[in-house]
Design a binder for this molecule. Structure first.
Ligand SMILES: [Zn+2]
Length: 327
């Protein structure tokens, strides 16, 4: 049994395995530009964030019905449960679907059918985080937030993802203000390919409580000091960083340094179907590549619950499981 953990940086569309993509394409009569599952696997070699996103949006086109979204989320929960995930805060990208004619309701009702009962069926409590695509306009993000208003009881926070460079957080200041008026919490991808200054901007202008990725904060010692002092969590995704060439190889990953600096770092899988592993494989990978100790791993598990948007009683229960765990 793996250490109990929360996963906080997981795009549900990024859990679409080639086998399921082909099955859904066939069921929906959708065209895929690959002759076989193997050919698709071979396409999972990326130059950078944009080359990944091009394939990602292409494959997303097979997701069309409520049932498709339900099956996608169920497949993730089965894997996560086997990997010791006890709580998951799951990103979804409504604009990747509404832009091709799939209604917001289809996406959220489909996901909800899998998530509403996840604790009883899979032993995993879940929350949804609505992400805006930052390469689209702020107006489009606002429209998406309006579409979400009837479903706010299913959504805990808003997030910001997709192509980072050239799309600074401040572009979405009004959207995030509106989200907070609606009672939503806030996170954002920042400091992955974009500069450390985007991390500060996400905190100061958007009011986020957690930074997704954030590994480039290490370029700014004063900002690191601030994140340590304010205990701002970072949802780090090691395999993603290597696959998208943010770092060269896993042995170069700064995760160990981040922990030793006192940053509230967590380990997550981002888009696991595309990046070669789910959260436990990411943890095993960094343990081996960076020589992490059992205490490092316990700290990562503890951080994951500290960083999550669960109530204090649930947090205490999960933290108790982490302390009781024997490596
Ligand atoms: Zn991400």
């Amino acid at each position: 049994m793996s250490v109990p953990k929360a996963e906080l940086h997981l795009h549900i569309e990024g859990t679409l395995e080639p086998e399921l993509a082909f099955a859904l394409a066939e069921r929906n009569g959708a065209e895929l530009p690959f002759a076989s599952v193997q050919e698709l696997h071979d396409a999972y070699r990326f130059e950078d964030l944009q080359s990944f996103l091009d394939l990602y949006y292409r494959l997303t086109d097979v997701l069309r019905t409520e049932r498709d979204f339900t099956e996608l989320a169920e497949a993730y929960l089965v894997r996560a449960s086997a990997a010791g995930v006890r709580h998951a805060e799951i990103f979804f990208d409504p604009q990747a679907h509404t832009s091709r004619g799939v209604p917001f309701a289809t996406v959220i009702d489909g996901l909800w059918a899998a998530l509403r009962d996840s604790e009883r069926r899979y032993g995993i409590s879940t929350k949804l985080i609505l992400c805006f695509l930052r390469d689209l306009s702020a107006e489009s993000a606002l429209e998406t937030l309006s579409a979400a208003e009837p479903y706010l009881d299913r959504i805990v926070a808003v997030g910001l993802d997709s192509a980072e460079v050239g799309h600074p957080p401040a572009k979405f200041a009004a959207v995030y203000r509106r989200a907070r008026e609606l009672g939503l919490r806030a996170v954002a991808h920042a400091g992955e390919e974009g500069p450390a200054s985007y991390v500060a901007e996400a905190l100061d202008v958007l009011g986020v409580e957690r930074i997704d990725h954030g590994i480039r904060v290490l370029e700014d010692p004063a900002l690191v000091e601030r994140l340590v002092r304010e205990r701002i969590p970072l949802t780090v995704c090691p395999f993603s960083n290597v696959r998208l060439r943010v770092i060269d190889k896993l042995t170069d990953h700064p995760l160990r340094l981040m922990l030793e600096l006192g940053l509230v770092a967590t380990v997550n899988s981002d888009d696991p179907a595309y990046f070669g592993g789910y959260v436990q494989e990411n943890l095993d990978g960094v343990r081996d590549a960076l020589g992490l100790s059992d205490e490092h791993l316990r700290t990562l598990a503890r951080n994951s619950f500290e960083a999550s948007f669960i109530d204090e009683r649930t947090r205490a229960r999960y933290l108790g499981e982490v302390e009781a765990y024997r490596f």
